[in-house]
Design a binder for this molecule. Structure first.
Ligand code: ZN
Length: 395
């Protein structure tokens, strides 16, 4: 090694050291309850939160098809029957998430001021899946959140049936997951059981009639680890707004998450392979895609996929060792089709999930609405006819 190279390396090390030693200024959201922080249980939850964030950082930065980070699918069909892929570390919103997660990992003691177990949280109702988990895992037992079992028990029909399967078989479903082979940090429920059992779960579509698919509405839940409604709620770091919203999602087998879109960009890393034969599949296309029938009057469009000719070309399989990482730009229309189980074992698609601009504009997930068929009942399926009305954002 010549002297010039050595000097460069020493300089880079010095630069790294000095950037770490600069004070990082964390501003927390206003509603942080720190009164439980010193309990043993809260410490366990915090440690597993940090491991989860280390895992997310690895997902976003580990070289996998790009110079840095993963080569993501951005559209499963770009209108010319090709899959569109891109390197996500090139996107500014993703770069910010990486920078902010790095800041937390480099300064855990300062960031901890913004950590709240959400034991006394009243902004949203958060759940633990079932009572058994509170016996098996001490953090979930200590938090003693209401259960999804009780929640779904008050519902009816297919929604109740799917919801109770999700709630009661939750642990069996989440522990069927594994990381893709190229990643080292295991952040599945097998490695971080206290976090997955105790983080606050939301039955997000249970009361959303617009989703028009009762089994899906009962069979979907998500949780937020870091973000405006999660365990770690940091408003800004060194004056920069923190848009990271990071957590996990579960979609029960044999359900269709209808076509939807939203302002914030989003990524998914699937952790489960289907239990048998049929693949889990997903769809993503930009809102101006040639796949849709666009209105000449406004930004609305119709989705009307032919079951036999379009769907096989529109949807692609997702699994930890195949199409492992997806990134949706603003207003990208996406949908998830979870394969049926082939035996009595409950299963589903378990994913690491994140949004990158959770503090900008409108966050609401907009579902494309099934257009009623003449004389028929509305049911959201991949080949149903939908109308979507995305807002055109200036940036
Ligand atoms: Zn989404």
């Amino acid at each position: 090694m010549n002297k010039q190279v050595k000097r460069y390396i020493a300089g880079a090390q010095l630069l790294m050291f000095s950037s770490l030693s600069i004070a990082t200024d964390f501003v927390c959201d206003e509603n942080i309850d720190t009164t439980t922080q010193n309990t043993k249980e809260s410490q366990i939850l915090w440690q597993q939160t940090l491991t989860y964030l280390r895992g997310v950082k690895e997902i976003l930065t580990k070289k996998q098809g790009c110079e840095a980070g993963p080569l993501a699918i951005t559209e499963t069909n770009n209108g010319s029957a090709n899959i569109a892929r891109d390197c996500t570390t090139g996107y500014r919103d993703v770069q910010k998430v990486i920078k902010h997660v790095d800041a937390v990992l480099a300064n855990p003691n300062a960031a901890k001021a913004c950590f709240d177990s959400q034991k006394n949280y009243d902004a949203l109702a958060l759940y633990t899946a079932n009572e058994e988990l509170k016996v098996s895992w001490k953090v979930a037992g200590w938090l003693d959140r209401p259960t999804l079992t009780e929640f779904y028990d008050k519902k009816s029909g297919d929604l109740k049936k799917a919801g109770l399967t999700l709630a009661n078989e939750f642990w069996s479903i989440v522990t069927q997951s594994h990381m893709p082979d190229y990643l080292e940090t295991n952040i599945t429920a097998n490695a971080l059981p206290e976090l997955w059992a105790a983080v606050g779960w939301l039955p997000f579509y249970a009361d959303a009639e617009k989703a028009h698919n009762d089994r899906f509405r009962g069979g979907y839940t998500y949780a937020e680890v870091m973000g405006p409604w999660g365990l770690l709620r940091i408003k800004s770091i060194n004056g920069e707004s923190v848009g990271a919203e990071l957590g996990m999602t579960i979609q029960l087998s044999d359900t269709f998450y209808p076509y939807h879109y939203h302002h914030p960009q989003e990524f998914y890393l699937p952790l489960t392979t289907p239990s048998c034969g049929t693949e889990n599949r997903f769809f993503a296309a930009h809102s101006d895609s040639a796949l849709f029938e666009h209105s000449s009057e406004d930004s609305s469009f119709i989705i009307d996929a032919n079951q036999d000719t379009d769907l096989p070309a529109w949807f692609v399989p997702k699994s930890p060792n195949g199409n492992y990482f997806t990134y949706f730009e603003r207003n990208t229309v996406h949908a998830f089709d979870a394969a049926p189980s082939c035996d009595e074992t409950a299963s589903g698609i378990v994913s690491i999930w994140g949004r990158t601009t959770a503090r900008d504009n409108v966050q609401t997930t907009q579902i494309c609405e099934v257009i009623e068929q003449q004389g028929g009942e509305r049911k959201a399926e991949p080949h149903s006819r939908y109308r979507c009305k995305p807002t055109q954002w200036d940036y």
